[in-house]
Design a binder for this molecule. Structure first.
Ligand code: AMP
Length: 450
């Protein structure tokens, strides 16, 4: 019996999973699927890359497929709320892939595209909606559909939804759906606001944590380099070329810096694309597809634009700028080291970013020691980490063959290796139910299901 069969998933789903080459359920899937199938509310602390989408999509599909419904009516029975359009598209695609043999109708709802096409699709009925909050409320106001028959509500990346200011929309929505429903809350980090939301909308939930609380995935090696702001772009192109990186996701703090960096890399002969909130949906999707297909080597993104990007086995992410919100660091580095593969998260830290670094270290509960930019020996993609001070020559100059950095000594190399090993070790998080979930607070107002 397959691992998924043991979890209670039917043949039709197992067949789809085998087509996708999912051989074994991930830890979050193993824990969440039985709880969701049993109808329980759930609070799951899980980052992107843990297999969280399948952890809620599979049991939802399983339950809905087993119910008999009047095909002509197709009431919406499950709703997945997501923070961004990209995530709406990706989660919908996952539902399509898993539900291939089930005949359920799944419809994505998000802003930035014409509303009339979505209205037309919805009028034909849907079993599952995957929606961003704003557009969803818009459609509800137009009375295109009701959520009277809703059985399961999922809040995916709830922390991100709160960061993006969606709390008002979430509360409005909760007031319009049956109180007697199943609610699943997924969040990468748990802040005081998430705790508050959990108390409002969950009833006696099961609690699952797969990623360590406020800590990075332990397969991710984290490195921080000391780099002056004006040298960052050259340093990055030096590392991309010296390290022969084929694919890297780079985060900047602002849209403008994303554009400037992407143009700089292009000038250096490194194919790059920027995605951020000023780019249209189509441009963002094109950039993402080009990156996934290997046509673009570097994808430069702001935090908001990067939400929900699903890129398999990303080897490396770079924090070109440290985020000013420490939780964003966890989100960013969660893009690498996915599904058990190892990854590297590299931060370029300018002197004026030390305060951000300190906040991140406090959240991680461990220091990220600043190092000098690594040295690549000619023809080698293996960096040699230096413990000396930053190189005096601009990395851009070294890359053109005029190696200015002295060869490290054996002691320095040994030291760098020991440091790398120490960095790879992180403590595991016990799966303890946080006390805030024990307080029984009645669910916030909502319609009673008939
Ligand atoms: P998620 O955490 O939902 O963003 O999923 C991360 C990636 O892992 C996605 O590309 C999934 O297709 C993949 N994935 C999810 N579950 C499994 C599994 N059981 N086996 C292999 N890959 C999986």
């Amino acid at each position: 019996m397959s691992n998924f069969a043991a979890l209670g998933l039917s043949d039709a789903l197992q067949q789809a999973l085998s087509t996708l080459d999912y051989r074994k359920a991930t830890p979050i899937q193993q824990q969440a699927i039985p709880e969701i199938l049993a109808g329980k509310d759930l609070m799951a602390e899980a980052q992107t890359g843990t297999g969280k989408t399948a952890a809620f999509a599979l049991p939802i599909l399983e339950r809905l497929a087993q119910e008999e419904v009047d095909n002509s009516l197709r009431p919406i029975r499950a709703l997945v709320l997501v923070p961004t359009r990209e995530l709406a598209v990706q989660v919908t695609d996952s539902f399509y892939a898993y539900g291939e043999h089930l005949g359920l109708r799944i419809v994505p709802i998000y802003g930035g595209v014409r509303i009339d096409n979505q209205m037309r699709r919805l009028k034909r009925g849907a079993d599952i909606l995957v929606a961003t909050p704003g557009r969803l409320l818009d459609l509800i106001a137009r009375e295109v559909f009701t959520l009277d028959q809703l059985q399961t509500l999922v809040l995916d990346e709830a922390d991100r939804m709160l960061d993006l200011g969606f709390i008002g929309e979430i509360e409005k929505l909760i007031a319009q759906i049956p109180e007697n429903r199943q609610t699943l809350l997924f969040s990468a980090t748990i802040s005081a606001n998430i705790e508050k939301l959990a108390r409002q909308i969950l009833t006696n939930p099961a609690y699952i944590a797969v990623a360590k609380r406020n800590a990075a995935a332990n397969t991710v090696q984290q490195i921080a380099y000391r780099v002056d702001n004006r040298d960052k772009a050259d340093t990055l192109s030096y590392m991309i070329q010296g390290g022969q990186w084929k694919q890297v996701l780079v985060f900047t703090r602002t849209k403008k810096r994303a554009d400037i960096l992407s143009a700089h890399l292009e000038e250096e002969g490194i194919s790059a694309a920027a995605i951020h909130g000023d780019k249209g949906q189509r441009q963002r999707m094109q950039a993402l597809e080009a990156f996934k297909a290997g046509k673009v080597r570097v994808l430069v993104a702001t935090d908001v634009a990067a939400r929900g990007l699903d890129i398999d086995a990303l080897p490396r992410v770079v924090n070109f700028d440290l985020p000013n919100v420490p939780e964003a660091y966890i989100h960013r580095i969660g893009r690498t080291g996915r599904a058990g593969s190892s990854g590297q998260a590299i931060s370029l830290v300018a002197p004026d970013e030390k305060a951000y670094l300190a906040e991140i270290e406090a959240l991680l509960k461990r220091p990220l020691k600043l190092k000098a930019v690594p040295y690549y020996e000619d023809g080698s993609s293996e960096p040699i980490e230096m413990e000396t001070s930053a190189p005096k020559t601009k990395p851009g100059a070294r890359q053109k063959g005029k190696a200015a950095t002295k060869k490290p000594t054996a002691r320095q190399i040994a030291h760098a290796k020991a440091e790398q090993e120490a960095e790879q070790q992180t403590a595991a998080k016990p799966n303890l139910r946080p006390s805030f979930l024990s307080q029984s607070v009645p669910k916030s107002k909502g319609k009673k299901r008939k």
